[in-house]
Each structure stands twice: as C-alpha cells, then as structure tokens.
Ligand binder design. Sequence first.
Ligand code: NAD
Length: 364
Amino acid sequence: MERNGIAGTPDMIHTVTLVPGDGIGPEVIGSAQRVLDAAGAPIHWEERHLGSGSDGDGDPLPSATLDSIRRNGVALKGPIATGTTGARSPNVGLRRALDMFVQMRPARSMPGAGSADVDLVVVRETTEDLYRGIEVSAGTREAEHLASWLVAEGLDDGLGPNTAFSIKPASARAVRRALEFTLTWMRREQRRRLTVVHKATVMRATDGIYLDVVADVAGSATDIEVDSCQIDGACAELVRHPQRFDVMFMPNMYGDIVSDVTAALTGGVGTAPGANHGDSVSVFEAVHGTAPLHAGRDEANPLAMIRSGVMLLEHLGERDVAHRIDVAIARLLAARSCLTYDLLGTTVGAAHTSEVTQELIDLL
Ligand code: NAD
C-alpha cells in the first residue's frame, strides 16, 4: 500500500488495526467488522486496545497499539471515554503520538436520514487550537503568573481573581500542512469548493492565520473555488442552506462542534463517520462517543462505524467493496424497516444493533 497513500494493488490483503474502544465501541466495531468481512473486504484484522479497555498496566495509550497502527498505517477505532478531569484525553494523545494532523468528517444526506441535498465534509486541523490541551487552572501559581504577565505586557488591563486559561495556539506551518493534505484529497475526490471557517474579526492572531495561509496556498488555484465564512454565519447557513458548502476547513474546536451539527443534518451522530490522517497513518472512527447509557444493550446504531469502515476501504483503494456497503446502507435506510432507536425517534419497534448488522449483511 502506498502510504497516505491510497490504492493498494489488486488481490492485496490489508492488515488493519482494530480498536474496540469503550462503551458502545465493542458492539459497533464488532458490527462494522462483520459487515466489512461479509462484503468481501480483503482485510486481516489485528485487534489492539486503547483507553479503559487497554490491557496490562492500565496505560490508556499502550505502545503495542501505537506500534500496530504505525506498522499497518490504518486503524478502525471505537470511541474512547474521556473525563472532564484528570489525565488528558486518550483521543488527543493518540493523534499526537501518531502525528495525525487533520480530521475529515463527511456529512451526506441519505434517503430516510436527515435533510435533503447535503454532501459536505468538515475538515479540521487537529494538532493546535483550544484542543491542544494547554490548560491553566484557576488559583494556581501559573494562572496568577500568566494574569500578571498579561497586564505587565499591556495585553490585558487586569482579569479578576481565580481566572483559568485554555490557550489557543495556531501556526502557519500546522495550518499549511492540514490545508495541503486537504487540497490533495479534494483533487482526488473531485471536490471543487473550499470554505475556510474562522472568527478572524475577533481572533486576528490565530484565526487570521487560516485566512492568510488559505489565500497563500489555495488563492491562485484554478481548479478549486475558495471562499470564507465566519463561524457564526457558517452555523446559521448550515441550518438554512447546507447545500452551499462542499469542503469546510477550520480550526480544531470549531470543527468538532460543526461536525456534530452536520451529523444532525444528515441522520445524527449514529450515522456520521470520520477519519484522522497523518503523513503515514490514518485512523477511521465514528463522530460519536461511547454513549455509556446504551452500552451493552445491543441498541446502538452501528452505521457511523460501518460508514467509517467504508471510508477506510476507499482509503485502501477498495472502492468496489466500499460502494457495495454504501448501497446496502442506502437501501436499509430507504426501507425504514430495520432502524435503531435514534433514526426511528422512538424505542418502540426499534431494531437492535445485531439486527441492523444482519440486515445489512443480507442486503449485501
Ligand atoms: P456520545 O456521542 O457518546 O453520546 C451523545 C448521545 O448521542 C448519546 O446519549 C446517545 O443518545 C447518542 N449516540 C451516540 N452514539 C450513538 C449511536 N451509535 N447510536 C445511537 N445513539 C448514539 O457523546 P458524549 O455523551 O458527550 O460522550 C460520551 C463519552 O465519549 C465521553 O467520555 C466523551 O469524551 C467520549 N467521546 C469519545 C469520542 C472518541 O473517542 N472519538 C468522541 C466523542 C466523545
């Protein structure tokens, strides 16, 4: 396989790291694995663990898992639980350890799921911004020091006591790297319009870099139309005219939030897939998290994870198998006879995860 790549040779068996994850992860990953296998995907799965499901000494980012993903270049990953306190998110840690710098979350209308005519991709840079994890807690010596330094440098006229900080770094290098990856992908997928989403009217120093880099790198492109939209306007436009967007490129945190909106437009997080890319590895995962209240109940929607598997297959150059699964999903949604509770809007008559899985296999 060519690294990031795309396109293996015909008859190639791809080794893919499979990470079940936490909560509903093992159920939806198991479903995706069954559907890809039934569709004839030439994949050998190598199961490894992350998060609370990790083996051994409880390390949430075991080196055996990182090594497996580095070696194979690709993984299909279930969601990992993250708390609001304590250690940094294993998801952020994974992206950093594998130097995955860009994330793509497509949102496409399908019959019976969400509003019509949406076919867009939310792309976010994933190494910087507020999700970098530079957090300074209120009441610490560091927070007091930072507050005083801001006043001493004339950057602020005095914050109140016990102020906390989350720091938003941005660099032209990181934005350029994510943008260049995106443009290469757009040309391959024949996507023609790039909208940079920002709030540079307020955050000139950081979001302003997005406007500058896009103008510099893509401004003179003749094959890609480039425009920009402020984040608040973009959210309003997504509600009113989502068809206006094709590829939306933005900083890390906006992308996380906007992709939940675009998922909701097209069936909800239960159907929304995604991919994280670096120069030499790609990790495919659903937009949703561990949905702990639904874990172990055979009721989670497996479609987001299966569609992440479809993205994985496309990335590996296995487009025929990917297309067959896509068609089966479209038929399943159109029939509306075997849908999980989230798509039905009620638990009455809702199908189980295992039933949706079997129905898709039958449709294949
Ligand atoms: P969540 O996506 O897990 O759940 C939000 C709601 O969406 C749930 O209550 C559920 O009703 C619904 N939902 C989600 N997935 C579904 C599915 N497949 N089928 C049907 N309904 C589904 O978000 P959360 O509750 O904010 O997060 C729970 C945990 O997951 C947290 O620890 C969070 O940090 C983690 N998380 C991990 C990832 C990841 O690993 N990539 C992503 C998001 C959240």
